[in-house]
Design a protein around this ligand. Sequence first.
Ligand SMILES: NC(=O)c1ccc[n+]([C@@H]2O[C@H](COP(=O)([O-])OP(=O)(O)OC[C@H]3O[C@@H](n4cnc5c(N)ncnc54)[C@H](OP(=O)(O)O)[C@@H]3O)[C@@H](O)[C@H]2O)c1
Length: 296
Amino acid sequence: MPALGFGTLLPDAAVTITATRDALGAGFRHFDCAERYRNEREVGTALHAGLASGGIAREDVFVTTKLWNSNHRPERVEPAFQASLNRLGLKYLDLYLIHTPFAFQPGDEQDPRDQNGNVIYDRGVTLLDTWRAMETLLDHGKCRAIGLSDIGLDELKLIYEAARIKPAVVQVESHPYLPETELLEFCKEKGIVLLAFAPLGHGTRPGPLEDPVITAIAARVGKTPAQVLLAWAVQRGTALLTTPRSAAHARENFDISALPEDALGEINRVKTRQRLNEVVKTGVPGFIPQRKSAHD
Ligand SMILES: NC(=O)c1ccc[n+]([C@@H]2O[C@H](COP(=O)([O-])OP(=O)(O)OC[C@H]3O[C@@H](n4cnc5c(N)ncnc54)[C@H](OP(=O)(O)O)[C@@H]3O)[C@@H](O)[C@H]2O)c1
């Protein structure tokens, strides 16, 4: 898996196409998608056009997508996987992730709510039931690896111990304000890739991009704050997902180089702690604007 990944959580269809094309043009070869982002078709369109015009082979790109919470019932896993594959226009996926450990009411409504606006969870399926169905996807060759997302260390350990096929990747929020050091150590010990989302703190300001430690290092090494944050993520042993919308940001984010040891140490000593995305607590996405449900 290429360490530098492009994330496709882009609410606008036209921007999804231009940003995916620009990321491919800048050199990104790892693309992170999800059925919940509702833009797999646009990502697929941009990828196919970019591969054809750039003479890039399918095998040279790494494509991930994710199973949504309303598809956790084992009998829904294979159809959901196949539907994503069809929307992306691909014959196989490099990686398929369970998007969150929370099972929602099964069905086509991605955000099922009761009359009081509370999420309707599905208590009739466990994460391990869903994992077992994910494991069978690897048996028929259309999926090359499986993993988890938005999961904590304790729950990961339970799945890891019970799994026939161990998780290859764990995708979680991670940046200097949420380094997830304990989880990273466990992943390294077990040979699991920790894939960091929001490595730039989701562009939030104030946030890691404006942190005085980061801006001072950037000035010292002649790089931008974004490049410093991405280099730190790679050098500590994570892969990452960044979502530049412009071609200029895509080129900037792909052009990273190693930081000196003292700079890594300074970033590791940053004391600010902040989680930006609360998805880990409820399964409700933090960075996706809530849509009115069909019956509103
Ligand atoms: N598993 C999950 O639950 C989950 C949750 C959230 C995200 N994700 C995945 O992770 C991906 C990345 O997350 P993210 O969007 O938070 O990533 P991010 O790269 O930390 O944040 C993106 C923001 O940073 C800005 N930005 C990008 N490059 C920049 C640069 N060089 N200088 C200054 N600002 C820059 C972007 O602005 P511009 O648009 O102006 O470039 C955008 O506002 C998502 O697309 C998705 O694939 C997964």
